[in-house]
Design a protein around this ligand. Structure first.
Ligand code: CMC
Length: 430
């Protein structure tokens, strides 16, 4: 929908009227499609700070007000009343399922959990200490070799099969990576268990004794996966959209998204938070580290603080903080010192002028790592856990992008700052 035009006046006095579009909610966007054609200039916005890359019906964020909604439903309501599998259905298909739809979807995901035996053999080839994110990205990429016959991106049935396979098999791939790192035998999925219960048994069951389900752990994981399920056009999701925009095999696009997520400024932050808390060690060191974070000449940043979009608070962090208390309480104080250090650090930073002026608040990853650690999940697996939650968001965005009849290959332009034209000089004359 368009409303008033946006007027631009070029240095030579040419006036250009650019249409604006109004979404359901959120700021209008200026449609600059004609700018280059009519004025011969590109826009310049490194990091896409003020650029909308697409239209989307999936997720809405208001960074000033701390609002996050999936398909119009506030994340607080979904966290309180829904579960991850239902949220997956909502993100993929746009509406909450009725009972029959939810049962059918849940059953489909449970029945796609096994890996092809050949795919499992890849894990024999990785070093025992390979980073699980590297294994996740590589094995997901290999799915394009296994399922080439069902990757016609224009076939809606193939798009469904792809999404179901990603959701169902990622936990099994993650568990295989975890077991390789821990030197234990691989544990097969159990389709009688729910998504999080199955994940926990694949991680923690061993052949030597029966596995006892930890219901608080399953509840905490389900909540974390809901909170991580989607976050509109974040770095990894934009990567999936961009890779997929060429019509590439969608498993390769997801593998690219996993690689993008790994960076410490994105999903890698939960791992970085724990490393930081270990380095800080105890509350007596907090002041020193907060000073380091404020020092322009010191590359140290307070990991788990700040967000590109949320400038008041991250609603996911508020929800997760309560779950953190519940998980820590269920452990008879085992991980309490780390949690207390995190809470104290949070308080010091929140009262500090530097963090107040720059609107730096704890983000979702400040707490998620503490919960994962309390559940016995090793630090190197934290970003893998984020990937499990976000996998549905990646699939939903890829589906939206590929089924849009007006979709174009993503191809940004640039401001060239290299050498001007010059003539080649033969090697002996240089
Ligand atoms: N500690 C200290 N200073 C910070 C921090 C921090 N964590 N975050 C931002 N700043 C400062 C930054 O130095 C800059 O200062 P100045 O204006 O003087 O140059 C100012 O705040 C603005 O920061 P920015 O890097 O320009 O902001 P951005 O929107 O580009 O970056 C961010 C957002 C999340 C990458 C950044 O806040 C950061 O690196 N945080 C730590 C990593 C982290 O926790 N990432 C997880 C994000 S949530 C999970 C996800 O969605 O992926």
């Amino acid at each position: 929908m368009s409303n008033d035009a946006f007027r631009l006046i070029s240095p030579s006095g040419n006036e250009l009227e650019l249409p604006t579009h109004t979404g359901t909610t959120g700021p209008d966007v200026v449609d600059i499609g004609r700018l280059y054609r009519e004025q011969g200039v590109f826009t310049y916005d490194p990091g896409f700070v003020a650029t909308g890359s697409c239209k989307s019906d999936i997720t809405f964020i208001d960074g000033e007000e701390g609002v996050l909604m999936y398909r119009g439903y506030p994340v607080e309501q979904l966290a309180a009343h829904s579960n991850f599998i239902e949220v997956c259905y909502l993100l993929l298909y746009g509406e909450l399922p009725n009972t029959a739809e939810l049962d059918a979807f849940d059953s489909t995901i449970r029945r796609h959990t096994m890996l092809n035996e050949g795919m499992l053999k890849f894990f024999n080839g990785f070093r025992y200490d390979a980073h699980p994110m590297a294994m996740l990205s590589a094995v997901v990429g290999s799915m394009s070799a296994y399922y080439h016959d069902t990757t016609d991106v224009h076939n809606p049935e193939h798009r469904d099969i792809f999404s179901h396979r990603i959701l169902a098999k990622l936990p099994t791939i993650a568990a295989a990576a975890y077991k390789l790192n821990s030197g234990q035998p691989f544990v097969h999925p159990r389709n009688d268990l729910g998504y999080c219960e199955n994940l926990l048994q694949m991680f923690f069951a061993v052949p030597a004794e029966p596995y006892e389900m930890d219901t608080v752990a399953a509840e905490a994981l389900d909540l974390l996966f809901i909170l991580h399920a989607d976050h509109e056009q974040n770095c990894s999701t934009s990567t999936v959209r961009m890779a997929g925009s060429s019509g590439a095999n969608p498993y390769s696009a997801i593998a690219a998204g996993i690689s993008a997520l790994w960076g410490p400024a994105h999903g890698g932050a939960n791992e970085a938070v724990l490393e930081m808390l270990k380095e800080i060690g105890d509350t007596s060191q907090i002041k020193k580290y907060v000073a380091k974070a404020k020092d322009k000449d010191d590359p140290f940043r307070l990991m788990g603080f700040g967000h590109r979009v949320y400038k008041n608070f991250d609603p996911r962090a508020t929800i997760i903080r309560d779950m953190c208390h519940k998980v820590i309480a269920s452990l008879d104080g085992r991980d309490a010192p780390m949690f207390e250090l995190a809470l104290e650090l949070e308080q010091v930073a929140l009262k500090d002028d530097y963090f107040i002026e720059k609107n730096l608040y704890p983000n979702v990853d400040f707490y998620s790592g503490i919960i994962y650690r309390a559940l016995g999940i090793p630090t190197s697996m934290f970003t893998v856990m984020f990937a499990l939650g976000r996998s549905v968001g990646w699939c939903a965005h890829w589906r939206e992008m590929i089924s849009d009849p007006h979709a174009k290959i993503s191809r940004p332009r640039q401001l060239y700052t290299g050498a001007a034209k010059r003539d080649y000089i033969a090697v002996e004359k240089r």
